[in-house]
Design a protein around this ligand. Structure first.
Ligand code: ZN
Length: 448
């Protein structure tokens, strides 16, 4: 959903119409369409270069070989499609627009087969349509008031659905109706919801092992504690090690080890889901900026287990955030080591928690520095003293006066709750994990 300006919502409605015959004939129509396209595929022989790796002492050598492959060329000409439509219409007794829908669906089935075939995931065998469904195009239904009327046979058979009593009625108020999918006892309805375009508010987020730091001129510095998430991984890592050493002696215990991984993942997922939902609620209509993690690897060569675990969490946070809100990815190059005021390099002070600019002497918390830089990159502003004054120091001082003695004490970036105990994990006296509501983790007095 990244960078798109609308959201697709889909809902199910149950129905009691007997449409088995219709569904069956549509399935046969779809299969026939796929068959005709399949029979007209042109197979072109192509030489393809493959390779495998061989180990010779210390070195790994790439050995190449050639294979001949048959590449399918799917017929796509306008003439072919017209003829296809005409042949299919001959024996079709329902509304003729269903033929167009079947052609569209059959093409997408064949195209996805081709993609998988080229990757070696499918054999050279014709796709078979098994599921019973009908894709109802926009031209085949009328949506008025809160009723949908689907044409099955023009002037003979219509299906009506009343949405006025459904639970999602309010949610889809004012949305455009998209394609419908008719099934044996339910109808799947998709709605297009336009999200606001134009200049919206932005927050830049810097992801760290134990916290997420956000910055925007309106909210200032937002710090979210992630130690709990990290704690989940640590706890499971320890118990997994124990289980592994046991399992190495006894085979029957192997499933326990794999269960540990599942539970760990589920707990982390649950936490991230709650966190992102909370964030999307607190900051509605905000574009969230994150570092592009795919590119982050290029600039950061250090490798550690902790980093990998943290990276997985970061990916999850960005992914879930993009389901619930607008997300923008920025280039991660030097985000935490560039001075947001003059663009020079920042030096690490106090075990790297605080950074200081070589040139202008600005002192900032390292994570806040990262968040500010991500925010600036999101907006496309270069680092300059005037921008910094306008977007960072003036709003922050204003916020500071507002929140007397709250999170930010000085622009120097010393927080009341962050910083010092980065590597220490919170100890739970009962020795068990209890997932906290991330609500409690957002240490930010929300500005009015
Ligand atoms: Zn500077």
């Amino acid at each position: 959903m990244q960078n798109s300006s609308y959201v697709i919502l889909s809902y199910k409605v149950k129905h009691n119409y007997d449409i088995t015959e219709f569904l069956n004939s549509y399935r046969l129509l779809l299969q026939k369409t796929a068959d005709i396209i399949w029979d007209n595929i042109e197979w072109i022989e192509k030489r393809q270069k493959n390779y495998y790796m061989v180990r010779e002492g210390e070195k790994r050598i790439r050995k190449c070989y050639y294979v001949k492959r048959l590449i399918p060329m799917i017929p796509k000409s306008r003439e072919f499609k017209r003829n296809l439509r005409n042949t299919l219409l001959e024996k079709w007794s329902y509304a003729s627009h269903y033929v167009d829908s079947a052609i569209k669906v059959a093409y997408s089935i064949i195209n996805s087969w081709r993609k998988n075939y080229l990757k070696g995931r499918r054999k050279r065998s014709k796709p078979i349509v098994k599921r019973k469904f009908v894709r109802v195009k926009e031209t085949l239904y009328v949506y008025r008031g809160s009723k949908i009327r689907i044409t099955v046979k023009p002037r003979k058979l219509y299906l009506e659905f009343d949405l006025s009593k459904t639970w999602f009625k309010r949610r889809v108020n004012g949305c455009d109706l998209g394609e419908l999918i008719l099934k044996e006892n339910e109808l799947i309805i998709t709605f297009k919801k336009n999200s606001q375009k134009g200049s919206c508010e932005r927050i830049g987020w810097d992801l760290n092992k134990c916290s997420v730091d956000g910055f925007s001129p309106k909210c200032g510095w937002i710090k979210i504690d992630l130690r709990h998430l990290y704690h989940i991984h640590r706890v499971h890592e320890i118990s997994r090690k124990k289980a592994q050493s046991k399992a190495s002696k006894k085979h029957t215990l192997k499933s326990i080890v794999s269960n540990h991984g599942k539970r760990e993942k589920n707990r982390a997922k649950d936490f991230v889901h709650k966190l992102t939902t909370q964030l999307a609620k607190i900051f509605p209509k905000v574009e969230h900026g994150f570092e592009d993690l795919e590119k982050r690897g290029m600039y950061n060569r250090r490798k550690k287990h902790n980093r990998d675990v943290a990276k997985q969490n970061w990916k999850m946070i960005i992914q879930y955030m993009s389901y619930k809100s607008k997300v923008k990815l920025v280039n991660p190059e030097n985000t935490s080591s560039t001075c947001p005021m003059c663009g020079d390099r920042m030096l690490k002070l106090r075990k790297g928690q605080v950074v200081k600019c070589k040139k202008c002497g600005l002192v900032l918390d390292r994570q806040l520095c990262g968040a500010i830089n991500i925010y600036l990159k999101m907006c496309g502003f270069p680092q300059s003293p005037s921008t910094f004054y306008r977007l960072v120091s003036r709003p922050l001082t204003r916020l500071m006066k507002k929140r007397k003695g709250a999170l930010m004490r000085t622009l120097g970036g010393v927080t009341t709750n962050g910083g010092k105990d980065d590597d220490m994990l919170p100890m739970n006296p009962r020795g068990e994990l209890s997932l906290m509501n991330p609500k409690a983790y957002i240490g930010l007095p929300i500005p009015m």
